[in-house]
Design a protein around this ligand. Structure first.
Ligand code: UTP
Length: 289
């Protein structure tokens, strides 16, 4: 079954990137000239997703405005014959069918996903975390959707991370199946270095079927007194196994300050309007530091 629906949880408070995220949702922070969430929507669209539900919160209205028409701006660009900018800003409104729902209390990623129950109905669906931007030739979520179609199990996007990172994310019990594909039979959210299964962690993407909602409804609050999506996926992994796909793109964590900087440098080095100047600037800096 082709996956057509995706959800993007973007209702978190973003405390790790304060004060930048005080009045601007962290998902709207730019990577060179586009907000992070636009890269995520574009990735989903490239993978064949047609319907996207963005889960927001109070103070996240800028996300809705970004994917809507800006009548004044469009009128001004039209009369001033700024064709390129006009096309750029109107194309954002036509990327996909984009819907919004609010998570009224910040009760964790699992609770945010639960808000999508009605939207998803009975279909398998993709989840793209709103602060994880993955840049690559092939859309990461497309690689996961293919694995879902091939193996018929729920899928998580994974990478091997450092010891320092694994304790902040989650740790997976994995067995290699084929190149870049693993069977996942267990997982633990924010492990200690002593009880981790491996250094493979879920990084911002998964494909789930609608049974996850009932599991979430019966999952107790976990780490941080929040409803953790990982705890619900653990139930699935233990019961029937999941597929782990090492996606090919580079993941940028826009939820922390270094991740934001790195994303801007990486994209800036390939962007036609910035790459030459940035390259020269980095070379000059490298000589000085
Ligand atoms: P994070 O774990 O980064 O949480 O969420 P956060 O609250 O945004 O960030 P910090 O820790 O305070 O800095 C991962 C993704 O899940 C969403 C976030 O918006 C982010 O895209 N999320 C998290 C929700 O939608 N709702 C929640 O209750 C928590």
């Amino acid at each position: 079954m082709k996956i057509k629906k995706a959800i993007i949880p973007a209702a978190g408070l973003g405390t790790r990137v304060l004060p930048a995220s005080k009045a601007i949702p962290k998902e709207m922070l730019p990577i060179v000239d586009k907000p992070a969430i636009q890269y995520i929507v574009e990735e989903a669209v490239k993978a064949g997703i047609t319907d996207i539900l963005i889960i927001t919160n109070r103070g996240k209205g800028a996300i809705e405005d970004h994917f809507d028409h800006s009548i004044e701006l469009e009128g001004m660009l039209k009369t001033k014959a700024k064709k390129k900018q006009f096309e750029e800003i109107t194309s954002v409104t036509q990327l996909a069918n984009i819907y919004f729902i609010r998570q009224k209390e910040t009760r964790g990623l699992g609770d945010a996903v639960l808000r999508a129950k009605e939207f998803v109905g009975d279909e398998p669906f993709a989840v793209l975390y709103g602060d994880d931007v993955i840049i690559g030739e092939i859309p990461a979520i497309g690689e996961l959707c293919e694995a879902y179609e091939k193996y018929g199990k729920n899928v998580v996007g994974i990478k091997e991370v450092t010891d320092e990172q694994v304790v902040k994310y989650c740790s997976l019990k994995v067995e290699k199946k084929e190149e870049n594909v693993f069977d996942v039979s267990d997982m633990i959210e924010k492990p200690s270095i002593y009880n981790k299964f491996s250094n493979y962690s879920i990084l911002g993407r998964c494909v789930l079927d609608s049974r996850i909602f009932e599991i979430l409804e019966n999952t107790p609050l976990g780490v941080g007194n929040e409803l953790q999506l990982t705890d619900a996926m653990k139930t699935v992994a233990r019961k029937e196994g999941m597929t782990g796909v090492v996606f090919s793109g580079e993941r940028h964590d826009m939820g922390n300050k270094f991740g934001m900087l790195k994303a801007n440098i990486d994209v800036g080095l390939t962007h036609p309007e910035t790459k030459n100047e940035l390259k020269a600037y980095i070379k000059k800096l490298a000589e000085e530091i």
